[in-house]
Design a protein around this ligand. Structure first.
Ligand code: PSU
Ligand code: MN
Length: 304
């Protein structure tokens, strides 16, 4: 087996059975611009601690799978000059082989968190079924991972650039529960509304922890998606985002952008189109998710 490198704080937290929250790194290297990406990575760890859990940011650094990063690792991941690959499930062996640096997506972070026995994970927005997937077949590996890996992913909904209805259908087919925190309506990343209703809704972290505990105790394998709407003060209304998304998707066709480059390109396009508003919104929602994830980790820790 290939060893996972945990820092002393995470080792001790695992030993003492303290609540831990996994955090991903694609958002640092490919989701946010510099220097906001570095500041956000630090702020997320602080937010997890403030609520009482220990943060474990996950990445591959110089070919080592790391759970819990050092300052120097965060410097590498956030510096646009370092060559950091976007690493999903299929890319893990090649970054190990080249001893490269890899920023892990939701899918890859789930895999590593599960191996490290960390069941709660916070991100911004998950990948999903892209618009036009009936011809492009572009469906994020995040969804397959949710289908099979026992991790609770706390997010602000699937990224609004996706086909949200098809994403929900896909999750239903694969038996992935989607929980709304204080909402029955699926949140849409930068926006609180999507027009898609019918989520199982809970008001407290403790009820969510109970749901997780029952699912895994049964045991039913697979992930759970907790969706937590972006705070109202940093929301971009759905109507406003729609135009930018249409433009961005036309641009990817023109520039023939494909595969794993699509999501980072669209996020960056919308950053420029929104005059940075999408970045403040993204930072706010991911912090909000780190907070809820920390509370869920504490509650889950109380269960046997
Ligand atoms: N959340 C954010 N920003 C991001 C991501 C999530 O706020 O950049 C990343 C996650 O790592 C997710 C990835 O797994 O985007 C989805 O990429 P793709 O659509 O290529 O699967
Ligand atoms: Mn894709």
């Amino acid at each position: 087996m290939i060893e996972i490198t945990t820092n002393s704080e995470i080792k001790q937290a695992i030993f003492e059975k303290k609540p831990i929250v996994a955090l991903e790194s694609t958002i640092i290297s490919h989701g946010l611009p510099f220097p906001e990406n570095y500041n956000t990575a630090i702020a997320l760890e602080e937010e997890v601690r403030r609520q009482g859990s220990i943060p474990a940011t996950i990445a591959i650094i110089a070919g080592k799978i790391k759970v819990g990063l050092e300052q120097e690792d965060l410097n590498i991941l956030s510096d646009p000059k370092s060559l950091v690959e976007k690493v999903s499930r299929r890319d893990i062996p090649s970054v190990l082989q080249t001893r490269g640096n890899g920023a892990t997506t939701v899918a890859a972070t789930m895999i590593i968190a599960a191996k490290a026995n960390i069941p709660i994970f916070a991100t911004g927005g998950i990948g999903g079924v892209h618009k036009g997937a009936e011809t492009s077949f572009d469906i994020s590996a995040d969804l397959q991972e949710l289908a099979k890996t026992n991790i609770c992913v706390v997010c602000a909904g699937p990224k609004a650039i996706l086909d949200l209805n098809l994403t929900m259908e896909y999750l239903e087919t694969h038996g992935v529960p989607v929980i709304g925190y204080k909402t029955h309506e699926l949140p849409a990343f930068w926006s609180r509304n999507s027009g898609i209703f019918g989520l199982k809704s809970y008001q407290t972290a403790s009820e969510i922890a109970e749901f997780l505990s029952l699912k895994w105790k049964f045991p039913l394998s697979g992930g759970v998606l907790v969706t937590n709407p972006v705070p109202s003060s940093n929301e971009i209304p759905e109507k406003q985002v729609r135009e930018w998304i249409i433009e961005a998707l036309e641009e990817i066709k023109l520039q023939k952008i494909i595969g794993k480059e699509i999501t980072p390109f669209v996020l960056d396009y919308i950053r420029i189109a929104s005059d940075g508003k999408s970045v403040s919104s993204n930072i706010s929602l991911v912090k909000n998710n780190a907070k809820l994830a920390s509370q869920i980790a504490i509650e889950l820790n109380k269960k046997d």
